[in-house]
Design a protein around this ligand. Structure first.
Ligand code: AMP
Length: 180
């Protein structure tokens, strides 16, 4: 499942990512990626490593999940020579959209995509910062399939293994740089 054998990258990331206890709710340890984003060399290595398993896989669209999936997904789309599609919280997209509901580690929510964001048969990569229960990514995958896209895989910076997200999404489809 791990996307990279670059142990230096793994240790550099572990040193810089920040655990914020009890955010946004008691009992949740929030994985804060902003120190990584603020380091241009490390950010570049992350994007490169997250793209690596999907090079040569003819990805035509990268779907980034609001909000931190945008920060990783947009540079990955450019690096893979693919288009970028935002999957947003309900009510944010201006054009006709489709919605899927899901429950997540802290609360319940939904995800929306423009109905013309993906064309029939397009090869899709879904990107987010953290895989927790997998509810968000699974709902995003349902949007992709409703629009006729072919889901090639999921790419995460961090996977919280104890929540069994990879099992829910299908182990072979999930790539991650870090597992906790
Ligand atoms: P889930 O649907 O449970 O896999 O939750 C994934 C979504 O919630 C992603 O968009 C993450 O950005 C966010 N998320 C869940 N748990 C955490 C966490 N511990 N730290 C940071 N973000 C999280």
């Amino acid at each position: 499942m791990n996307a990279t054998a670059d142990l230096t990258l793994v240790s550099d990331l572990k040193a810089i990512l920040r655990d914020v206890p009890d955010f946004p709710k008691p009992g949740i340890t929030f994985k804060d990626i902003t120190p990584m984003l603020a380091d241009p060399r490390l950010f570049g290595r992350v994007i490169h490593a997250m793209c690596a398993p999907f090079r040569g896989q003819r990805i035509t669209k990268v779907v980034g999940v609001e909000a931190r999936g945008f920060l990783l997904g947009a540079p990955m789309a450019l690096a893979l020579d693919a288009g970028f599609v935002p999957a947003r919280k309900p009510g944010k997209l201006p054009h006709r959209s489709i919605v899927e509901r899901y429950s997540l580690e802290y609360g319940a929510d939904g995800v929306e995509m423009h109905e013309d964001a993906i064309l029939q048969g397009e090869r899709i990569l879904v990107v987010d910062d953290v895989l927790a229960t997998g509810g968000t990514a699974e709902a995003t995958a349902r949007l992709v399939s409703r629009l006729g896209g072919e889901l090639v895989g999921f790419s995460f910076l961090i996977t919280l293994d104890f929540l069994e997200g990879p099992r829910r999404l299908g182990m072979e489809k999930v790539k991650t740089l870090l597992s906790f």
